[in-house]
Design a protein around this ligand. Structure first.
Ligand SMILES: [Zn+2]
Length: 119
């Protein structure tokens, strides 16, 4: 279970809070397409992630949290009027090149091979 530090109440168990999703700056003016991107698209990074949480079973205040999505380590909490640090994205893991598939047995002896039926 996460231990979350509410900026007003101090450290509490995760069960007292609700996650409000990705924390982002809302534009003062935007087109419909820009609003759709702000409201419905999430960055979903593997690593540090800026979120908003509410202390729903406490002071009922919303605040910023920077949480690592891989380890769940919380590195920052602050009231909404204090901007959170911009999370540094973690580069994706480097995968080794794909190896060729293993050799398969020859299919020339198959009964469907036309040359296999010739005398
Ligand atoms: Zn609180």
């Amino acid at each position: 279970m996460l231990q979350i530090t509410c900026p007003w109440c101090g450290p509490r168990e995760e069960i007292e809070f609700r996650n409000g999703g990705e924390g982002m700056a809302l534009p003062a003016q935007a087109t419909d397409a820009e609003w759709a991107r702000v409201l419905y698209y999430r960055s979903n990074p593997a690593g540090p992630y800026a979120e908003r949480w509410v202390h729903s079973h406490g002071c009922r205040q919303w605040f910023h949290v920077v949480r690592d999505t891989l380890t769940h380590d919380i590195t920052h909490t602050s009231p909404l009027d204090v901007p959170p640090p911009v999370p540094t994205p973690v580069p994706p893991p480097v995968r080794p090149p794909a190896s060729p598939p293993p050799d398969r047995p020859s299919m020339s002896a198959s009964p469907r091979d036309p040359q296999a039926n010739e005398p």
